[in-house]
Design a protein around this ligand. Sequence first.
Ligand SMILES: Cc1ncc(COP(=O)(O)O)c(C=O)c1O
Length: 376
Amino acid sequence: MNKISMVDLKGQYIKIKEEIDSSVAKVIDSTAFINGPSVKSFQANLENYLKVKHVIPCANGTDALTVSMMALNLKPGDEVITTSFTFIATAEVIALLGLTPVVVDVDADTFNIDPEAIKRAITPKTKAIVPVHLFGQCADMEAILEIAHKYNLYVIEDACQAIGAEYIFNDGRHQKAGTIGHVGCTSFFPSKNLGCYGDGGAIFTNDDELAKQLRVMVNHGMTVRYYHDYIGVNSRLDSIQAAILDVKLPHLDEYNKARNKAAEYYDRAFANNPRLKIPGRSTHSTHVFHQYTLVTSGLDRNALTEYMALHQVPAMVYYPVPLHMQKAYLDPRYKNGDFPVTEHLCQTVVSLPMHTELDEEQLEYITSTLLAFVNK
Ligand SMILES: Cc1ncc(COP(=O)(O)O)c(C=O)c1O
């Protein structure tokens, strides 16, 4: 059996090695390292895939979020509502820009931001909502858009973990994650569903004016060379990464299918186990399983991950600490107990290996190893 890892970037690379190597070589040969033709090609292909008017490539998902908030002209003192159960980057950029992060709890089944909790957190200072499509499944966008419309708020989707997922509206329309709010952000970090071989990210929007501004802002706020209309940042997707992503994009749906197949295998193995709760599926979203995350009950989670490691199966905790309990984000407005769903999840979740290369033998070994511990 092949060694089991949380992600298998090598296995995925080997299958497309020739195409990747030749695309990378082409960029090196052209020396068009910044804003070269591969960036423009990938941008156009991603716009087409997502059915969104504008993709603005940038250096990483964190910058995508930062630049989006800058372009929407959010100012210190403005409140931005986001989820207590996410990767830190979501809140980090809010804090870095001097905005006020307002944290709310999540839904226990989907792990995504709870629209009712958003409603309760709105004040006259609220300017934006940042839903995170956590682990590859869209947040409840229709409810979020309704709240945003009612209170005149921006919606900035953090789709860093959900590229390719589709939100399903009540009328049956499907729309890709990240293309639904005013602006959407993604990450091409290597382990992401569409990952490059370094850092990368992108911003999506259907708003022509905003797109123009975002494109300028990621390049030092420069409209005409050496004329700067905005305070911007240096955040470009480099040409080599774009060339890699352009090779991988046509495989994205097949990659997401492979992840779903692994998730279904896990679901079947754990569905009726009273100590394991399989990840809930929203009726309003497809799932691209960036992570496969179980909620444990009545188990010693440290002992579980140690047992798995002892049997060469990695298992990770995403995320062990709620946002409001992170040392750097402690705030007198919040205390332990304020977000009971998130706090419970942080104590009980465990994520299993999830990538495009998992085979039946590995899945059988992972599930039987976990069940051996659970049913002890
Ligand atoms: C939910 C979420 N937001 C933001 C980011 C930041 O993306 P990046 O690492 O590309 O800066 C990530 C990924 O790392 C993420 O998972």
